[in-house]
Design a protein. Structure first.
Length: 382
């Protein structure tokens, strides 16, 4: 289990700019990680997700021991790797003694070695007390190469592998030491879209098969949704929402998360009635009823997040039978292969809808949009 408590890491704001202009004024300190807390249970894949500069990599590098945090604690399997605990003696185990597996964007395999030797190396350099016999090295290397489907290429020089195979090799090398925690920083981002997708599933399979506890860093929401048991969405050094992929997608707790994860329509409105969890919200284009566990009084300004796939488009009306039916006109449509988007003009705004490609409605057609109250999300105004 990984436990991160009150992690803070600041940088001197001037450092990265030094080369650009020596006389530039000193900036205040940058809070790259600002009081981050999370726990990863054994065997889980946990993802830090967020836009560039939000602090994902700094969090991961702190766990790896490549950055020294200002304060907080980092614990893996009950072993304290870092602790600033005031009053008591601080702990900071060097990176090479943490025994963690790491895979980064640049796979950094050793080019002059064979596939086998690349994977064997971390075992061969183990210190005296931990030495592994030749026979065991050979067995362990072949076992992990087998898992990564690289066994047939064991004797090949590492540089003579494709990009995807090189990244699998980097993963094999991280796994061979059987680390208690695997750290992955955008490991698929150098690969083309197709390979990326196939390796994503490969990675998930291996992670699940080996039950290896992992922290994954990415800015790609699709990757995060596909791979993770839990996701922490980060912004400006803070975790803004933490939850299972479905929870985060279906119930974003703020506009930032709703915008960052997937596509959403945002409708500004005002709460005009509330009955238990059922809210009635007035918007510029009409009234909506929706279910929400939020505790917001009548009169509150809100935003209703409407996922494109939560809107049903039809050329026939069912007014009176179902709630939330709005009339509009199709403005454009876009075929996306496995789905089809319509952009529908309403009185004041446009709404993007996403549905089955077999329903394609010509621009200019009058349509009826129906929105399921259970699929609309109330998000507070930021
Ligand atoms: N060595 C450093 N010196 C100064 N500032 C730094 C340093 N490393 C990171 N930062 C700053 O800390 C913040 C967080 O950076 P970090 O690399 O952790 O973000 P990230 O979410 O991983 O971004 P990316 O996806 O672009 O890698 C940014 O504002 C960044 O400019």
């Amino acid at each position: 289990m990984l436990r991160i408590n009150n992690l803070v890491k600041t940088f001197d704001g001037e450092r990265r700019r030094r080369s650009s202009r020596a006389s530039a004024p000193r900036e205040a300190r940058v809070f790259a990680v600002n009081d981050v807390n999370f726990t990863v249970e054994n065997g889980q894949l946990f993802t830090l997700l967020g836009p560039s500069g939000c602090g994902k990599t700094t969090t991961l590098r702190s766990i790896a021991g490549l950055e020294r945090p200002d304060s907080g604690t980092i614990e893996v399997g009950g072993r304290v790797l870092f602790s600033s605990s005031e009053g008591k003696k601080s702990v900071n185990i060097p990176a090479n003694e943490r025994g963690l597996g790491m895979v980064f964007q640049s796979y950094a395999i050793w080019p002059h070695m064979s596939v086998f030797d690349n994977v064997a190396f971390p075992l061969q350099v183990k210190k005296r007390g931990d030495r592994v016999s030749r026979k065991e090295i050979s067995e362990r290397v072949m076992r992990v190469l087998d898992t990564m489907e690289l066994a047939a290429l064991a004797d090949r020089q590492a540089t003579k592998l494709s990009g995807g195979q090189q990244q699998r090799l980097a993963l094999a090398r991280a796994l061979v030491i059987e680390p208690p925690l695997l750290l992955l920083d955008e490991p698929l981002s150098n690969l083309d879209a197709k390979l990326r997708e196939s390796l994503r599933y490969e990675l998930k399979r291996v992670q699940r098969e080996l039950g290896i506890t992992s922290v994954y860093v990415t800015h790609d929401q699709v990757e995060a949704l596909a791979l993770s048991n839990s996701i922490a969405v980060m912004r400006d050094g803070n975790v803004v929402q933490l939850g299972r992929p479905r929870e985060i997608y279906e119930n974003p707790n703020c506009r930032f998360v709703a915008e960052f994860i997937g596509t959403s329509n945002f409708l500004s409105g005002n709460v005009v009635a509330k009955d238990g969890d059922r809210y009635t919200v007035d918007t510029a284009d009409g009234q909506l009823v929706l279910d929400s566990a939020a505790a917001l009084p009548i009169g509150t300004d809100v935003i209703v997040s409407v996922r494109p796939e939560a809107v049903e488009v039809s050329t026939t009306s069912r007014a009176g039978e179902v709630p939330n039916e709005w009339k509009g006109t199709v403005l454009t449509r876009a075929y996306l292969g496995d789905s089809l988007d319509h952009v529908v003009g309403l009185g004041k705004h446009e709404l993007r809808t996403r549905g089955n490609p077999s329903t394609s409605i010509e621009p200019g057609t009058t349509v009826y949009l129906r929105m399921d109250p259970a699929k609309l999300v109330l998000v507070p105004v930021d």
